[in-house]
Design a protein around this ligand. Structure first.
Ligand SMILES: Cc1ncc(COP(=O)(O)O)c(C=O)c1O
Length: 121
């Protein structure tokens, strides 16, 4: 994304700082999306509301191992031709409809790391 000026990446408004830091590192603009009150994950309605012509990607985070609304998120990504970045660092061993969360994204993902699904750091 480094070569795309002012690319916007949709990211949950509650996550670990690294999810946003990588967007800034790539000189893109993080656009914060409302979260679900029960899982703290992306709210699909607000996600779609925040799509603009500059939106290039969605950063999905499965916070504390809770699966995001993957079906709806992938539908929105396909509709607007957006890349999906799967930050599954906190979802080691977690599943969504029998799929390991770390394989949900058709494009790109971040490795599992420290603050895992068990909530320990
Ligand atoms: C959601 C999330 N993303 C990414 C990371 C990894 O961050 P870093 O590689 O900066 O240690 C973590 C680590 O806890 C995390 O919880």
């Amino acid at each position: 994304m480094r070569s795309i000026p002012r690319a916007e990446v949709l990211v949950p408004s509650f996550t670990f700082a690294s999810s946003v830091n990588v967007i800034l590192f790539e000189r893109a603009t993080p656009v914060f999306v409302d979260i679900e009150p029960d899982t703290y994950n992306l709210n699909p309605n607000d996600l779609e509301r925040k799509v603009t012509p500059r939106t290039k990607a969605i950063m999905v985070v499965d916070v504390f191992g809770h699966p995001a609304e993957w079906d709806e998120i992938l539908r929105i990504a396909e509709k607007y031709n957006l890349k999906v970045i799967d930050d599954s660092c906190e979802a080691l061993g977690a599943e969504y409809k029998s799929h390991a969360l770390r394989v949900m994204s058709p494009s790109f993902r971040i490795k599992a790391h420290k603050r895992k699904a068990n909530g320990k750091s």
